[in-house]
Design a binder for this molecule. Sequence first.
Ligand code: ZN
Length: 240
Amino acid sequence: MTAANRSLADGLRWTAQGSAIFAGALAALPDGHLDRPTRLAGWSGRHLPAHLAANAEALVNLAHWARTGEERPMYSSPAQREADIAAGAKLPAAELRAWSARAAEALDARLAELDRRHWQRHVRTAQGRTVTAAEIPWMRAREVMVHAVDLGAGVEFGDLPADFLLALIDDITAKRSGADGPALALAATDHDGTWTVSGSGGPTRVAGTLAGLAAYLSGRRSDGVTGSAGDPAPTLPRWL
Ligand code: ZN
């Protein structure tokens, strides 16, 4: 139910939209605010652009793999990934901002080189999943859109495109089905849409706006999302 609901063109469009949304939110954050905590525990406003720059470079590796057939993993190791984010977060603000913009542009350029045949090649994500290269833009769109909200600089899930939110909810409900967690029957209150998550126990009904459900499912603060009989919706395990 995941890939069928979105096309490669959707992923590329959402990557462009999400990159612009993240860049706008980052630009609105004065240098003096970069050291403040974001909505992600333990990460300041410096860690998010550093992570997204490193993520863009990691996805450039997958684009290289898809274009040439030469295996090139996203990150050399999980420890290296953490170290690169920590080092990037210590850069002077101007350098950090420049790296964030440069890495995003480089990824766009590398993706623009891929043709039909390249997009169908198999690559491996940092989580060890084998996917076609056509998943790369979706992986990037998810990162830039959700982290734009995490930055806490004025972007909320409700500011993200509705068709992206629908695709995100499809993606996370599919991923959460079969993982540890409660069974859910979700319904959007501002849009036609119901989803199920298979899991433990009888399904708990969860209702909220598209934006609220996307926030809830991705493990973010989700005001106005309710469970059965107006109770708070069940707590979910980590998503990614
Ligand atoms: Zn991330």
